[in-house]
Design a protein. Structure first.
Length: 238
């Protein structure tokens, strides 16, 4: 499916981060109104072709649960930038499925890359079926990341592990987020479990005054924030 992302590439990849975390590729695909069934069938055809040709690359296809229109996000993880140089013969052999079967049902696309921050992120959750993705655009990345480190260290002490995977965006258009927090769940029922947020945890240990100060400092660094739930399509992922 890496070749799909190359076909959907809208701009050059830039700004190599120094953090050794893996690179997350995200291709946001808005499907034409009334074309959802055809789009899924086309992706299935591509997957069948790719597997028939012994393709080895993996990907996940997520559908956005809320918001306007029908939106999917195609994701894959790469160890480093050198992975972009790797040839994918199976993908090349199945390229025609992208142009003739998938693209006719696509309204628009947006491509982005982000670097995982492994020291600040949780361990993988086996059996993940959905993720709540919180995106944030900040006015001071260095200060915001220092705040992340402080809060993640705190929640690690209290609960043993962070709750989310954290990514730092690399490049993008002016409205692109600066950071992405992805919290995994195995089911909708798991989302009903009530847990104190980070500010409440800090309040319990350090008091309301400290918690409010930290919250206000964090809020001043945020220009824009938004959140969506995404559902994994296992049958269309590899």
């Amino acid at each position: 499916m890496k070749n799909v992302m190359y076909l959907l590439l809208l701009f050059p990849l830039m700004l190599v981060a120094q953090n050794p975390g893996k690179i997350l590729n995200m291709t946001e695909i808005t499907v034409k109104s009334g074309h959802n069934s055809q789009f899924k069938a086309a992706v299935k055809l591509y997957k069948e072709c790719y597997e028939k040709n012994n393709g080895t690359e993996g990907w996940n296809l997520w559908q956005r649960f809320q918001g306007e229109g029908t939106v999917y996000v195609l994701t894959s993880m790469l160890d480093n930038w050198a992975a972009f140089d790797k040839e994918d013969k199976a993908g090349d052999d199945c390229q025609s499925f992208v142009t003739t079967h998938i693209m006719p049902h696509v309204e628009k696309i947006s491509y982005s890359t982000a670097r995982n921050l492994p020291d600040l992120s949780r361990a993988p959750l086996e059996g993940t079926k959905m993720v709540v993705v919180y995106s944030v655009k900040v006015n001071n990345a260095a200060a915001f990341e220092e705040g992340i480190k402080e809060r993640q260290a705190f929640i690690r002490r209290v609960e043993g592990s962070p709750r989310s995977y954290i990514y730092r965006f690399m490049g993008g258009h002016p409205d692109s987020p600066s950071y992405l927090f992805s919290t995994p769940f195995k089911s909708f029922a798991d989302m009903d479990i009530q847990r104190d947020n980070i500010w409440k945890l800090i309040e319990k240990e350090k008091g309301l005054k400290v918690a409010n100060q930290m919250r206000e400092t964090n809020a001043k660094l945020i220009e824009k924030e938004w959140s969506y739930l995404y559902i994994l399509h296992d049958e269309l992922s590899k």
